[in-house]
Ligand binder design. Structure first.
Ligand code: EPU
Length: 339
């Protein structure tokens, strides 16, 4: 594993922020990473692991050994009449993995097409879209315990998945390096097409009995129409989480804002509201200050039009939070990791 110094991270984060890593290397195997650790050469700095860099906001140069996860490989580990277990290396591009499953007619992750990032980063925040989260098809993952240098296996329960949450964002934060993830995919598809926009597209195409590929295509079309492609405009998807509030608080919000959309939270009386709605109503949709802005088609997405800095984007996010709090009495929580 070759370690470089003072490397620009511009092409390693989807916001396209031009900050430098003190040290930088790509990990193509756990063995090579462990060798570098054993050498003790980089023990004086923290180690920061990067997947696709699609969920971070880099606000300054990083005084760390930044490690881009590049462990590859997709393999079938088990198969029954109804299911297939497929393991992918942490460095596999998430969308490539989804397309691989779709091509093989393995169902369960087609609604998650085009989510930026890598397989290894997906469980960190239980990525989700259009009625599906990875916890629905997750079987287990393997992660290197950074203290003991031993590989550990985590099943679904151990991962403590929640809405954009997992063990790895809380008690396990900074303690593990996810090296592979295994999914249990279905050979007999049970498709999730209840999301309004998916239905609209299938209907417009005259597709009455959709297949896995049809659903993936619909999701790709929706995402391309609403979400900016990081190749064109820097962004990291949803910048905030959709806030969940108590039933009482929800009642107040509905009474004060009759047009507000909301979603029930399974297994709770809490209610979830779309952060994008609050941000749009507070007047931020399409806002631009220099090169930092709010996407014109989806207010939940902050964008870098070219030369915004991480601090400018952070400042904009704080202003948005403040204005949503004072207009609606709702606190927004950041979804991306601020570094
Ligand atoms: N809305 C607005 N204005 C906006 C955006 C949204 O009013 O500018 C309202 C609309 O009422 C709309 C509703 O919010 O019907 C929901 O919008 P959308 O379907 O775009 O989804 P979202 O709740 O804004 C979440 C995820 C997305 C995921 C979509 C689809 C979070 C934080 N975001 O967004 O995930 O693709 O649902 O399932 O949960 C991501 O995490 O990076 C991401 C893109």
């Amino acid at each position: 594993m070759k370690v470089f110094e003072h490397v620009s991270l511009k092409s390693y984060n989807t916001f396209g922020l031009d900050v430098k890593a003190r040290y930088f290397a790509e990990i193509s195997s756990l063995e090579s990473y462990l060798m570098v650790c054993e050498s003790g050469k980089y023990a004086h700095v923290p180690h920061l692991f990067l997947g696709g860099g699609s969920n971070i906001l880099l606000t300054k140069d990083v005084e760390a050994l930044v490690l881009k996860m590049d462990i590859q490989g997709i393999e079938v580990t088990q198969e029954t009449e109804d299911f297939i277990w497929v393991r992918a290396g942490a460095g596999v591009i998430w969308h490539d993995f989804v397309m691989y499953a779709v091509q093989h007619q393995w169902a369960g992750i087609e609604n998650l097409a085009l989510i930026p990032g890598t397989v290894g980063a997906a469980p960190m925040q239980n990525i989700g879209a259009y009625g599906v989260e990875i916890k629905d098809t997750f079987d287990h993952l393997e992660a290197l315990n950074l203290e003991t240098s031993k590989l550990e296996r985590f099943d679904e329960e151990a991962c403590q998945f929640g809405y954009r949450e997992s063990f790895f964002k809380h008690a396990g934060k900074g303690l593990y390096l996810i090296s592979s993830v295994c999914f249990k995919l279905a050979k007999k598809a049970q498709l999730h097409t209840s999301y309004g926009a998916i239905q609209d597209i299938l209907q417009a195409r005259g597709i009455i009995q959709p297949g896995i590929q049809d659903v993936a295509n619909a999701v790709i079309e929706i995402r391309q129409s609403k979400l900016p492609d990081p190749k064109d405009i820097g962004n990291s998807g949803s910048f905030f989480k959709n806030p969940t509030v108590s039933a009482e608080e929800a009642k107040r919000l509905h009474a004060e804002n009759p047009a507000i959309p909301s979603y029930p939270v399974v297994g709770s009386t809490d209610v979830k509201f779309p952060a994008g709605w609050f941000i749009e109503q507070a007047g931020w949709k399409g806002f631009r200050d220099g090169d930092a802005g709010v996407h014109a088609k989806q207010a939940l997405v902050l964008v870098n039009y070219g030369h915004a800095t991480g601090l400018q984007l952070l400042d904009l996010s704080e202003k948005i939070k403040q204005s949503v709090r004072s207009k609606f009495g709702v606190s927004l929580e950041t979804e991306v990791n601020i570094i």
